[in-house]
Design a binder for this molecule. Sequence first.
Ligand code: GRG
Length: 278
Amino acid sequence: MNFEQLLKEKIEALPQSRVRDAMEYSLMAGGKRIRPSLLYAAVRGYGLEENIADEFACAIEMIHTYSLIHDDLPAMDNDDLRRGRPTCHRQFDEATAILAGDGLLTYAFEVAASSPCSPDKTTAALRLLAEMAGAGGMVLGQCLDIFEESGTTSWQDVETIQKYKTGCLLSVPLMIAAILAGRPQDMDAWHRIGNQIGLAFQIQDDILDVRLTPEEFGKSTSDSDNDKVTSVSLFGIETAERMMNGLYDEAISSVSSFGEFKADEIIQMISDIRCRTK
Ligand code: GRG
């Protein structure tokens, strides 16, 4: 079964309701699936059968989608367009969008807890997922981002925000693959690689945000409209591009340094992410 069918099947296992419709609307709206793809590629790199990661792959995509739904709400970024469609609160209403985010976040843990991996590995991966998504991870990054003082933000502040907001959810699939492979000693290195990819990814978003129209980008280009401090506003587009390429290069060379890990697929993925246009 491919990943799209798997996700759809998980959602359809829930009772029919308005909140389920909203969860499905946002989850099945054609995201790039970067985070589950990183998990599957890392699991294969360790020589494991990829299906053992299915539950965690679904859970990570559900958590990512919840974060996008909540990020788009009027109380946060107040965006109208996401994944090329009206945002969840625009399509439904604000209360339903809040519930859809809540539903995806909690369901993610229910799905992940049904992993066929050993109880030890499943518990370790669940704990990591909660840590990286929560108030010491992505939620912390979002909080720092929302309450940053406009005009006083330095590049160091932006790096810290992105480490949590973007890096955590890009690191977690790589770190979970190490847990499932019985290689906990690789986790710190994967965390660093995830942060490098996350920062490069965010700089790339900053560049696309000014280069593309919302229709081309598939989401609102709100950062440039809101005068947010970004790599582009601080350094200009050419320097931002050089920084982005440097980070992707560092991530690629770090992936090659794991002993028995087959790195080709992850390297190809990072190269594909580097070339993304949305
Ligand atoms: C609401 C707790 C909470 C967190 C929100 C993800 C996020 C944190 C905010 C979204 C805004 C943003 C620009 C985040 C940086 C990460 C990022 C670029 C997310 C978009 O990820 P893609 O490009 O999206 O992988 P698709 O739609 O392809 O899955």
